[in-house]
Design a protein around this ligand. Structure first.
Ligand code: GDP
Length: 375
């Protein structure tokens, strides 16, 4: 500006200087806008989700994950409104130890599906994510191609809470994704703990990924997990691994024969796969079709989903009751002392538990009474 000014070379020249800071901190303003934005009425979230709007879907999922009571209320309204539009997707659970190749596999399979015009959502259950700051799907480098694919929606594991809480939130997220029109929902978990059972109780098809040449103990896979599998895929079946992967397939097929026949009437399959060489993906997609044809016609799919819905009702009751109990201020004040008394043998475990439960009921009753007195 000064260049065009004839006085710009004069001693009275005014340098442009640095920009003055705005009177409102832009970060605070952004935060304010975000905060205001997050408080849409439930119907707007629902309409956005049904229209397939991913930004709205993500924000609704954030409400499901939130610890705030007002968020929980609106989240439940959204889920209830979405429920009639859910249930039409294929729900696939995928588990395997870290390093088995889950994310590489999901990336290749996912790309294959989106190239066929399918819309897929990838969710995760990782109860350790609070401590490890998200070991599943949290790392941006995982599934890089899929995360840039307009046909795919990837959401990391909810971070906070117990396994039950994390799993419930993922199940609720799945309902929203289904209402948003995703054809396949993948739920990934690390095969190291109880989370496989949680995933198994919310999917139609359970896929176990295993490595060739590593003993079952090494892979941390318990017999119970193998029994849950509808298919076992031996990963990294390429290069010099090819032969050992094929041998492992035979071993697992033999092992599966020893298990009692599953209620679905579907005999679990074992196949070699390679994300690197794109091997086994079509076989797996054919298996999906075969499996869903089978369980649709014999009524097992409907039965499994009904039983899962019932299971989640009871799981949620337990979770909510326990949560209310441990969050009660009277209990948090007294529990350590009672615990010490039990450990030192002054009272029995049973007495300790019953005393605390009595205190909890008393505190709840007093709360209710004081609510009544208030205007
Ligand atoms: P995750 O921890 O189970 O998600 O496993 P990743 O997908 O991150 O894979 C772990 C490692 O195995 C990485 O170094 C991958 O490059 C490698 N890997 C994954 N898939 C294949 C495959 O199909 N073949 C081979 N040879 N290596 C693979």
């Amino acid at each position: 500006m000064d260049d065009q000014n004839p006085e710009s070379d004069s001693a009275l020249k005014v340098n442009s200087g640095i920009d003055q800071p705005p009177s409102v901190d832009p970060k605070a303003a952004q935060h304010f806008i975000r905060k205001r934005k997050s408080l849409l009425p439930a119907t707007e979230y629902v309409n956005g989700i049904l229209a397939g709007n991913r930004t709205i879907l993500s924000r609704a999922i954030t409400l499901i994950e939130s610890q705030r009571a007002d968020h929980a209320t609106i989240a439940q309204d959204i889920i209830t409104a979405c429920l009639p539009y859910s249930g039409k997707s294929i729900r696939i659970g995928i588990t395997g130890v870290p390093g088995v190749g889950k994310s590489s596999f999901i990336e290749v399979l996912g790309k294959r599906l989106t190239s066929q015009g399918k819309k897929i959502a990838v969710l995760a259950i990782d109860p350790s994510s609070e401590r490890s700051k998200g070991s599943i799907l949290g790392d941006k480098t995982r599934m890089e191609q899929l995360s840039n694919d307009p046909g795919a929606f990837i959401r990391p594991s909810p971070a906070a809470g117990t396994l039950g809480g994390v799993a419930r939130k993922t199940r609720e997220t799945m309902i929203l994704c289904e209402a948003a029109g995703f054809n396949l929902i993948f739920i990934e978990t690390v095969g190291v703990g109880q989370s496989e059972t949680a995933v198994h109780s919310m999917v139609d098809f359970f896929l176990l990924l295993m490595l060739a040449g590593a003993g079952d103990e090494l892979q941390g896979i318990k017999r119970g997990i193998m029994e849950m599998a509808d298919t076992i895929a031996i990963t990294k079946a390429d290069g010099e691994n090819t032969r050992s992967a094929d041998l492992a397939c035979m071993d697992y097929r033999n092992a599966l024969h020893l298990f009692p026949p599953p209620e679905s009437g579907w005999l679990p399959k074992v196949i070699p796969v390679s994300a690197r060489e794109n091997r086994g993906m079509d076989t797996l997609l054919d298996l999906f079709s075969e499996y869903f044809g089978h369980v649709n016609s014999n009524g097992f799919l409907e039965k499994r989903r009904m039983e899962q819905a019932r299971h989640w009702m009871y799981t949620t009751i337990q979770e909510k009751l326990l949560d209310g109990f441990y969050r009660n201020p009277v209990i948090s004040r007294q529990i350590k002392e009672v615990e010490n008394s039990v450990m030192e043998g002054r009272i029995t475990s049973f007495q300790g538990a019953v005393n605390l439960i009595d205190e909890y009921h008393k505190a709840e009753q007093e709360n209710k009474d004081s609510d009544k007195v208030l205007p």
